[in-house]
Write a protein that binds this ligand. Structure first.
Ligand code: ADP
Ligand code: ADP
Ligand code: ZN
Length: 207
């Protein structure tokens, strides 16, 4: 399984990716998680990325492409992987096509009004798990016990720019993967378990 998850910020990519990777035992490669870990660790990559992330802009293609190429070359990715948050531009998708053959691109489709609500109430753990204030009222992670936090870029001002960037730069990937014959749409506005069932059905049919 060489999978890509597409979808607007807040569509539910991370939530579903965690569960799919557990079920199929493949690594979850989230460029957002990798970049945030670098920011936390204070690396040069983190310092460069932070300026873009805080403004709701994309980190330059050459930076994230190099990062993903290195990650996918590691041994645990040889039998499969799930890319969450990459590619985000046509340039990234073309580069990815040179070092991996994507077997399925799942587009988690959600209306803009709903993603705004999901982002506003999102609470994150540094282990990658995300929660929503509407159904989780504790301030520590149910998986690892760490304290939850709100992402800086989940503030309202930044969200607007992220959604614009999504529409102009990332949404065209839907057509790109459709032309490659590997696109599958999932209705992301449904209950989490229902979204998961739909994804599992698609993956079981295709692999
Ligand atoms: P979300 O899941 O809400 O869409 P991510 O965690 O995937 O957010 O990404 C957070 C931020 O990290 C993005 O707004 C962007 O600045 C940066 N980023 C993540 N992945 C990429 C990528 N593939 N290309 C460029 N920037 C990226
Ligand atoms: P993404 O990785 O696409 O940015 P997340 O998986 O982090 O999105 O989900 C964004 C927010 O919406 C989180 O607070 C998450 O708990 C919540 N969420 C995800 N999927 C659903 C769903 N199907 N129904 C309701 N809330 C959801
Ligand atoms: Zn955690």
């Amino acid at each position: 399984m060489y999978l890509v998850f597409l979808g607007a910020p807040g569509a539910g990519k991370g939530t579903q990716a965690t569960r799919v990777c557990e079920k199929y035992n493949i690594p979850h490669v989230s460029t957002g998680d990798i970049l945030r870990a670098n920011i936390k660790a204070g690396t040069a990559l983190g310092r460069e990325a932070k300026g873009y992330i805080d403004k709701g802009l994309l980190v330059p293609d050459e930076v994230v492409i190099g990062l993903v190429e290195d990650r996918l070359a590691q041994s645990d990715c040889q039998k499969g992987f799930l890319l969450d948050g990459f590619p985000r531009t046509i340039e990234q998708a073309k580069a990815l096509g040179k070092f991996a053959k994507i077997s399925c691109a799942i587009n988690i489709a959600v209306d803009e009004s709903l993603v705004v609500e999901r982002i506003a109430g999102r609470r994150m753990c540094k282990c990658g798990e995300s929660y929503h204030v509407s159904w989780y009222d504790k301030d520590t992670c149910a998986k690892c016990g760490e304290k939850l936090y709100q992402r800086d870029d989940d503030r309202e001002e930044t969200v607007k720019s992220r959604l614009e960037v999504y529409e102009s730069q990332t949404a065209p990937l839907i057509e790109y993967y459709k032309e490659l014959g590997v696109l599958k749409d999932v209705d992301g506005s449904q209950d989490m378990n229902k979204v998961f069932d739909d994804i599992v059905r698609i993956l079981d049919d295709n692999h």
